[in-house]
Design a protein around this ligand. Structure first.
Ligand SMILES: *Cc1c(COP(=O)(O)O)cnc(C)c1O
Length: 403
């Protein structure tokens, strides 16, 4: 007998977490907004509560919305499917997801973290400040092994890195971690282009605010992992209450259906823009996976270069001139929406990292980061080329002075 093969990711993205809809007789996802759930039998309600509080994913009765929400659980199952994970646990933001991972990692009584730079600005901040009682050693991806200690609870990395789009070799980090669990922030890659668990990571996290939602109207985070970690992560969620609202779960689940198409289309446009930027006289450097460094990971770890492009102009004045001059692109932080966003990491997303940290991470005053959307490549290039020309006119010498 022929064993049916696992459907491809495009197909799973459309159908995952919806397996029972036909039986239910509905086509759209049920949206359950209940904050509490009536019970008929006290002892069975108590058994449900005990199960959920100790980290079970399901129970006969959700009891209370902080313990379980069926709409959010559907999204979690779908995302776990796309990541090739046993489970996923969703939170009210990407930072809430990271906070939960750090608290779960600390459950064993260890509080040392090894993390690689550059990394998302607020991640850098959360790991560097005292707030959660973790002590972080910052290293380059090649030096993870030297920083591991007996009390190391977690190794954290991000690939592609934000904002310089360098690729970190996940398998090398896992090897160096020597048994310490590795968390990969895969927000920029999405499960369409990269599945870190297949390379030995214990957990993969996303700011679901970005590509998973894809329309700039949800703030959320999610961690995909094995069931043992998921139990701890659910316990943290029950205790701290950093819940994803069911409407957010609904929108993210819907977003997953178009994720592969959105990524594929934006990636083609991003490659085109990266090529054109590389040839522009006012652009000093282009950051795009595969252009330099770790190109061997394209096709092995990451299925394509992705949809983010960063580039360097002469300095702060010139960068600010570009942001003032773009008409089609929206000057705004965040990424992963259907429309193209452009921002200045040194002034915004990586402000909190501080000057020394920015220098270590290669975040210069002339760096601009573009999240490529679904507009046509020609329209986006016309906008960017026009903005570069206006910026050069606005601040030809200021650019030099600002350095
Ligand atoms: C946005 C982002 C985060 C934080 O997620 P929020 O949803 O904003 O809390 C973490 N990591 C990366 C790579 C991000 O882009």
């Amino acid at each position: 007998m022929q064993i049916p093969s696992r459907p491809d990711l495009e197909t799973r993205a459309v159908h995952a977490g919806r397996e029972d809809l036909r039986t239910l007789g509905v086509h759209a996802l049920p949206l359950d907004l209940s904050s509490t759930y009536p019970f008929t039998d006290l002892d069975r309600a108590t058994a449900s509560l005990d199960a959920l509080v100790s980290g079970d994913a399901t129970a006969e009765n959700p009891v209370y919305a902080r313990l379980l929400n069926p709409t959010v659980a559907r999204f979690e199952n779908a995302l776990a499917d796309l990541e090739g994970a046993e489970a996923a646990v969703a939170y009210s933001s990407g930072m809430a997801a990271l906070t939960a991972v750090l608290l779960a990692a600390k459950m064993e009584g260890k509080n040392h973290v090894v993390a690689t730079r550059p990394i998302y600005g607020t991640t850098d901040h959360l790991l560097s400040c005292d707030l959660l009682g973790v002590e972080t050693t910052w290293v380059s991806p090649e030096a993870v092994g030297d920083a591991i200690r007996p009390d190391t609870a977690l190794v954290m990395t991000e690939t592609p890195t934000n904002p310089t789009l360098a690729l970190v070799d996940i398998e090398s980090v896992v090897r160096q971690a020597a048994g310490v669990p590795v968390l990969v922030d895969s927000t920029f890659a999405t499960p369409v282009l990269q599945r870190p668990l297949a390379h030995g990571a214990a957990m993969v996290m996303h700011s679901a605010t970005k590509y998973l939602g894809g329309h700039g109207d949800v703030v959320a985070g999610v961690v995909a992992c094995g069931e043992a970690w998921a139990r701890k992560l659910r316990q943290v969620r029950v205790a701290t209450g950093a819940l994803l609202h069911p409407l957010g779960g609904y929108l993210l689940h819907r977003g997953l259906q178009t994720l592969p198409v959105r990524i594929e289309r934006a990636q083609t446009t991003a490659s085109d823009l990266a090529r054109r930027l590389s040839a522009h006289p006012d652009v000093q450097r282009v950051y795009f996976p595969g252009l330099d460094g770790n190109a061997h990971l394209l096709g092995t770890q990451m299925d394509g270069p992705g949809t983010m492009v960063a580039f360097e102009v002469a300095g702060h004045e010139m960068a600010s001139g570009v942001l003032r001059s773009v008409q089609l692109m929206t000057p705004a932080v965040s990424l992963g929406s259907v429309d193209t966003l452009i921002q200045h990491p040194a002034g915004l997303t990586h402000r909190v990292v501080g000057e020394a940290g920015r220098a270590q991470g290669g975040v210069s005053e002339g760096l601009l980061r573009v999240s490529v959307g679904l507009e046509s490549a020609d329209a986006l290039w016309a906008d960017l080329e026009g903005a570069l020309a206006s910026a050069a006119r606005l601040a030809p010498s200021g650019a030099v002075l600002a350095e």
